[in-house]
Design a protein around this ligand. Sequence first.
Ligand code: ATP
Length: 237
Amino acid sequence: MPEPMLTLEGVHSFYGKAHILNGLGFSVDRGEVVALLGRNGAGKTTTMKSIMQLVRPRRGQVCFHGSQITGMPPHKVARLGLGYVPEERRIFTDLTILENLEVGRQARRADTPYWTEADMFELFPNLWERRNAQGKAMSGGEQQMLTIARTLMGNPSLLLLDEPSEGIAPIIVEQMAETILKFKAEGLTVIISEQNLHFARIVADRAVIIEGGEKKFDGSFAELENHPEIRDAYLSV
Ligand code: ATP
């Protein structure tokens, strides 16, 4: 068995005294799309932040390609090839779409998909139409697309998308699902956090369900369908 790309083992994360992740562990193989599922407040965002070291786990470890990244500064984690798209969109509102993409550009990394501005406009045609518009003139869906596009310009090998379907119009949600499937076809490994089971089932190979900062389920969507009691206990459907 090849070594997993990312492994979390016994991760405990806190905000001050609030104990949020409680010994969380799971792994992600190269080329997989894994959905972190769970209700509001279950700990999905904290899991992503703990992977990126934006929240430093107090116990446990996070390994990327077998090397410990626990405690590393987040910008170094990003340089190893982890790209994080937070739920709150982070674009430069005074820059145009094109300028936002240029800001995200990083040198080519061996062994990861290499993306250019032209690829971004092919993936997100709406961005091309508005390429000279300022970030602040964009809709929520467009800002979400631009945040993802800008992160891809850093050529990550593992992409973390926090609630990509949240707060965007249904037609854009469909485009988002198609886009994530294209990432997978390009060989990107993706972790998405989702409350939308339908969306997760379309794009992901596997579900990891979190509740109270603990893993409650790890398996395929087919297995999850055979266990409606798990779905009812931990997901809002
Ligand atoms: P959501 O869908 O709401 O984003 P989530 O599963 O991503 O949910 P987290 O955002 O990881 O959940 O939050 C887990 C818990 O941590 C919640 O109880 C939340 O209130 C708490 N929390 C999140 N951020 C902070 C913070 N900066 N300080 C203190 N508590 C926080």
